[in-house]
Design a protein around this ligand. Structure first.
Ligand SMILES: Cc1cc2nc3c(=O)[nH]c(=O)nc-3n(C[C@H](O)[C@H](O)[C@H](O)COP(=O)(O)OP(=O)(O)OC[C@H]3O[C@@H](n4cnc5c(N)ncnc54)[C@H](O)[C@@H]3O)c2cc1C
Ligand SMILES: *[C@@H]1O[C@H](CO)[C@@H](O)[C@H](O)[C@H]1NC(C)=O
Ligand SMILES: *[C@@H]1O[C@H](CO)[C@@H](O)[C@H](O)[C@H]1NC(C)=O
Ligand SMILES: *[C@@H]1O[C@H](CO)[C@@H](O)[C@H](O)[C@H]1NC(C)=O
Ligand SMILES: *[C@@H]1O[C@H](CO)[C@@H](O)[C@H](O)[C@H]1NC(C)=O
Ligand SMILES: *[C@@H]1O[C@H](CO)[C@@H](O)[C@H](O)[C@H]1NC(C)=O
Ligand SMILES: *[C@@H]1O[C@H](CO)[C@@H](O)[C@H](O)[C@H]1NC(C)=O
Ligand SMILES: *[C@@H]1O[C@H](CO)[C@@H](O)[C@H](O)[C@H]1NC(C)=O
Ligand SMILES: *[C@@H]1O[C@H](CO)[C@@H](O)[C@H](O)[C@H]1NC(C)=O
Length: 675
C-alpha cells in the first residue's frame, strides 16, 4: 500500500522532471515532487511542523516563507480546488467571474433589510484569485494608531508603520508605468520593493475616464503624488497585481506557491475543508494538536497532527467560524450548539467591519470607449481577448481593471470647518449610545469597540486620511445601457460593527454574518456627503466632458431623505471585511495578541485579514500580504515549542518516503532519458 503510493509519486515526479526539460540538472530537482495534492492520506495520520488552514493571500505567503526552512515540514489545507478549470478567468484581469461559481464561498450578510452577497475565493490563492487587483496601502498614521491599541506589545511585535512597511516592500515587485503621462502618475521609487514575489504594475491600456481621473481630482484640490510611502490619501491611479510581462494576474498562487512548488517539505492539500482545531485540553493552556478535515459535507473526517503550530489563514469568515466550531469563542454561543467550550473568548467573530459602498452611474458620449462594451458586444469582447492573448496589452481592455482612486478626508468632504468640528464633536458624544446600541453583554467587547471607535474618530479628525474612497469603475454595466461610466463611494472608517456567528454544528453550514452596514448616524452622513462629492467630481473638467447625464441615482434624487432611501436600496460591500479575530488586548475583546497567538491557547495563531483591529483606508490584499510576511519572520524567530505528535502507527515518516520517491524519480528519469 505504502509502496504503491510511493511508486505513483515517483512516476509523477519523473514526469515533472521530463516535462520541465531539466533532466540533466542536479540535486535541486531531485527533490521535485507534486506539492499539490487532493489525496487526504498525504496528511491524514501524519505530522507537520506547521499546519496552515487556508491557501489564500496569507496562507500561501506563510507556506512559501515557512518552507524556506528545509528542516520544517509545512502542510496547507485548502477547501477550494486548484482553479485550473477557470484559469483563464483567473489570469485575464477582467474576465474574473466569482458570483455563483464553485470557486465562491457564496456567503451572505444580513443588513439593510436584505441578504447581501459576500463573495470569497474558494480556490487556491483564495480571494486573490478572484479579486479586483487593486494594490493599495494604508497610511502611516493608521498603522501607528493600530500599534497604539497594543501598549503592551513586545518590541519584536511592532505593528506600527515602521514595523510593517518593510514587509509591504518585501512582498512587492514593482514596475513603474510605461504610460506615466497618460495616467498622470508620479513614482516614489524608494517606497517600492522590486524583488518581492507579487508583481505590482499598471495596465497598459488606459480608458478616457482613467486618463481624466487624476487631473480632475487635482482640480478638486486633492494631492496626486505616489501615495504608497505612508501618505495614502489623494487622487491617483493605483497599480494592480499584474505581471507586466504578459498582463496576467499576479496572485498568491503564482507569486508565492509556484516558485516553492518543488520543495519536498511542503504539501498543499486541496478540496479539503478544515472542520476543527483539535486540542489537548489536559495541558494548561489548551495545546493545539492538529486539524480535522473533510472532503465533503458529512464525509469521512481525517486528521493531521501538528508538531509546532497550527496557523489559521481561513479569512475573515472562515477563521472565526472554524474557531467557534472548535470551542474557541463566546462560551454561551458555543455551548448553545452543544459544543464544549475550550476557551471562552468573547471577541471571536465580533468587531466585524467592512467598507460599504454605493455605485453611481452616468452616460458618456456615444463614441467614448467604456468597459461596458465588453458586456454589450460579444464580438468586441472576443476581439479584445484575442488582443490580450496576442500580447497587444496597450490595445486590450481585457488587461485593464479598475484603478482610479480618490481618498477624501472628512474635512474636504464636508467643506465647512464649522460643520466638520461640530460633527466630530457629535461623533464623540454619541459613542456611548452607539456602543450601547450594539447590545454587547460583555464588558471587554464594549471596551474594544470604544478603543477602535476613538482611534478612528481621531484619524478622521486629525489627518488627511480618507473618510471615503471614490473609485472609478472600468467594467460593469448599468441596466443594459451602453457607454456608461460608474463611480463608487465607499466608507473607509465605518463606526458600525457587525459579527460572524456559528449557525450549526455542521461545518459546511455557513455562519450567520451580520454586517450592520450604515448602523450609525455618522456613517449615513459620511456616505451621503460622498455621493454629493462625486457629483462635484463629474462636474469638474476634464471628467465633465465625458459625462452626459446621471443615470443612477438620477437628478431627481437630491434631498437627504431621497439620497438615504436610494443608498438603503443600493449599498453593498466593497469586499473589505476585516477584524473578526481582532488583534486587541484580551480585556478589549481581542482574539490574538501582538504575536498573533490566540489568547488562552498554545500552538495556535491567526494570520489573515481577520486580525486587523481597525478600519484601514486601503484595499486589504496588500496589507494582508505584508501581515503574513511579518508573521512568517515572527514564527521563524520564535516558533512554539514542539510537541510529540500522535502519528498513526503504520504511517511512516513522510520525510523518509519523500526521499525514497525522490531517489526513484531520479532513477526513472535517467532511465527515461536513456530510452
Ligand atoms: C470579489 C472581491 C474583490 C476584491 N477586490 C480587492 C482588490 O481589488 N484589492 C484588494 O486589495 N483586495 C480586494 N479584495 C480583498 C482581498 O482579496 C482580501 O482582503 C484578501 O484576499 C484577504 O486575504 P486572506 O488571506 O485573509 O483571505 P483569502 O485570500 O480569502 O484566503 C482564505 C482562504 O482560506 C480558505 N478557507 C476558508 N475556510 C477554510 C476551511 N475551513 N478549510 C480550508 N480552507 C479554508 C479559502 O478557500 C481561501 O482560499 C477583494 C475580495 C473579493 C472577494
Ligand atoms: C517616498 O518614500 C519614502 C521612503 O519610504 C518616504 O520616506 C517618503 O515620505 C515618500 N515620499 C512621499 C512624498 O510620500
Ligand atoms: C520583477 O519583475 C520584472 C518584470 O516581470 C522581472 O523582470 C524581474 O525579474 C522581477 N524581479 C524579481 C526579483 O523577480
Ligand atoms: C451618437 O449620437 C449622435 C447624436 O445623438 C448621433 O448623431 C450619432 O449617430 C451617434 N453615433 C453613434 C456611433 O451611435
Ligand atoms: C461590435 O463589435 C464589433 C467588433 O469590434 C464591431 O464591428 C461592431 O460594430 C460592434 N457592434 C456594435 C453594435 O457596436
Ligand atoms: C457650515 O456649517 C454650519 C454649521 O452646521 C452652518 O450653520 C453653516 O450654514 C454652514 N455654512 C455653509 C456655507 O453652508
Ligand atoms: C447596446 O448596444 C447593443 C449592441 O452593441 C445593442 O444591441 C443594445 O440595444 C444597446 N442597448 C441599449 C440600451 O441601447
Ligand atoms: C441559520 O440556521 C437556521 C436553521 O437551520 C436557518 O433557518 C437560517 O436561515 C440560518 N441563518 C442564516 C443567516 O444562514
Ligand atoms: C448624534 O446623535 C444625535 C442624536 O441621536 C443625532 O441627531 C446626530 O445626528 C448624531 N450625530 C453624529 C455625527 O453621529
Amino acid at each position: 500500500m505504502v509502496f504503491l503510493s510511493t511508486c505513483k509519486t515517483a512516476v509523477l515526479a519523473a514526469f515533472f522532471l521530463l516535462s520541465n526539460n531539466n533532466v540533466n540538472a542536479s540535486a535541486v530537482h531531485i527533490n521535485k515532487r507534486s506539492t499539490i495534492s487532493t489525496n487526504p492520506s498525504d496528511l491524514d495520520g501524519k505530522a507537520f511542523d506547521f499546519v496552515i488552514v487556508g491557501g489564500g493571500a496569507a496562507g500561501l505567503t506563510l507556506a512559501a516563507r515557512l518552507s524556506e526552512q528545509e528542516n520544517k515540514k509545512v502542510a496547507v489545507i485548502e477547501a477550494g480546488d486548484d482553479g485550473e478549470a477557470v484559469m483563464e478567468r483567473i489570469l485575464v484581469p477582467i474576465r474574473v467571474a466569482v458570483p455563483n461559481s464553485p470557486n465562491d464561498w457564496g456567503y451572505y450578510a444580513n443588513s439593510l433589510g436584505r441578504t447581501l452577497h459576500q463573495p470569497r475565493g474558494k480556490v487556491l490563492g483564495g480571494s486573490t484569485a478572484v479579486n479586483a487587483l487593486y494594490m493599495v496601502r494604508a497610511s502611516a498614521e493608521e498603522h501607528d494608531s493600530w500599534a497604539a491599541l497594543l501598549p503592551d506589545a513586545p518590541a519584536d511585535a511592532d505593528w506600527s508603520w515602521n514595523g510593517l512597511y518593510p514587509y509591504m516592500q518585501k512582498s512587492e515587485n514593482f514596475t513603474a508605468p510605461v504610460n506615466a503621462a497618460a495616467i498622470s502618475a508620479t513614482v516614489n521609487a524608494s517606497a517600492h520593493g522590486t524583488s518581492g514575489p507579487v508583481h505590482v504594475s499598471f495596465p497598459q491600456f488606459v480608458y478616457p475616464a482613467t486618463q481624466a481621473w487624476t487631473p480632475t481630482l487635482a482640480a478638486m484640490g486633492l494631492k496626486t503624488d505616489d501615495p504608497q510611502g505612508g501618505q495614502g490619501w489623494g487622487g491617483y491611479i493605483t497599480p494592480n497585481s499584474i505581471n507586466p510581462d504578459d498582463g496576467t494576474r499576479s496572485y498568491a498562487k503564482t507569486a508565492y506557491l509556484d516558485p516553492a512548488s518543488g520543495r519536498g517539505n511542503l504539501v498543499v492539500l486541496l478540496q479539503s475543508q478544515a472542520t476543527k482545531v483539535t486540542f489537548d485540553t489536559s495541558s494548561n493552556p489548551p495545546r493545539a494538536t492538529g486539524i480535522d478535515f473533510q472532503q465533503s459535507q458529512g464525509g469521512q473526517t481525517y486528521h493531521v497532527e501538528v508538531i509546532s503550530e497550527v496557523i489559521l489563514s481561513a479569512g475573515v469568515f472562515g477563521t472565526p467560524h472554524l474557531l467557534q466550531l472548535s470551542g474557541v469563542g463566546p462560551k454561551a454561543l458555543i455551548e448553545s450548539f452543544g459544543i464544549s467550550s475550550v476557551v471562552d473568548l468573547p471577541g471571536v467573530g465580533e468587531h466585524f467591519q467592512d467598507h460599504v459602498l454605493v455605485p453611481l452611474t452616468w452616460s458618456a458620449p456615444n463614441d467614448t470607449v467604456t468597459g461596458d462594451m465588453l458586456i454589450q458586444n460579444t464580438t468586441f469582447a472576443a476581439e479584445q481577448l484575442q488582443l490580450f492573448h496576442d500580447g497587444q496589452l496597450s490595445q486590450s481592455l481585457m488587461g485593464a481593471p479598475n484603478n482610479g482612486i480618490g481618498y477624501v478626508s472628512l474635512k474636504r468632504l464636508f467643506n465647512n470647518d464649522t460643520f466638520t468640528t461640530t460633527f466630530i464633536q457629535q461623533m464623540k458624544e454619541n459613542m456611548t449610545a452607539v456602543i450601547t446600541n450594539q447590545g454587547f453583554t460583555d464588558e471587554t467587547l464594549r471596551k474594544g469597540y470604544e478603543a477602535t471607535y476613538t482611534a478612528e474618530v481621531n484619524t478622521l479628525e486629525t489627518t488627511e486620511i480618507g473618510a471615503v474612497e471614490l473609485l472609478l469603475g472600468s467594467f460593469g454595466s448599468w441596466n443594459g445601457v451602453n457607454r456608461t461610466i460608474s463611480m463608487q463611494v465607499a466608507i473607509q472608517h465605518p463606526m458600525s460593527r457587525g459579527s460572524v456567528k456559528l449557525n450549526s454544528t455542521d461545518p459546511f453550514v455557513p455562519p450567520v454574518i451580520t454586517a450592520n452596514y450604515l448602523n450609525t448616524d455618522s456613517d449615513w452622513a459620511i456616505m451621503r456627503a460622498g455621493v454629493r462629492y462625486l457629483r462635484q467630481v463629474v462636474a469638474t473638467e476634464p471628467m465633465k466632458s465625458l459625462i452626459v447625464e446621471e443615470l443612477s441615482p438620477g437628478a431627481a434624487v437630491q434631498s437627504d431623505a431621497d439620497i438615504d432611501g436610494w443608498m438603503y436600496l443600493n449599498a453593498a460591500t466593497q469586499y473589505h471585511p476585516s477584524s473578526t479575530s481582532s488583534m486587541l488586548p484580551l480585556d478589549h475583546g481581542g482574539v490574538v495578541d501582538p504575536t498573533l497567538k490566540v489568547y488562552g491557547t498554545t500552538g495556535l495563531r491567526v494570520v489573515d485579514a481577520s486580525i486587523v483591529p481597525i478600519g484601514l483606508c486601503a484595499h486589504l490584499m496588500g496589507p494582508t500580504y505584508a501581515i503574513a510576511e511579518k508573521a512568517s519572520d515572527m514564527i521563524k524567530a520564535n516558533p512554539t515549542a514542539n510537541r510529540t505528535p500522535n502519528v498513526r502507527s503504520g504511517a511512516e515518516s513522510i520525510r523518509f518516503s519523500w526521499m525514497l520517491s525522490a531517489v526513484l524519480a531520479a532513477v526513472m528519469a535517467v532511465l527515461a532519458v536513456e530510452l
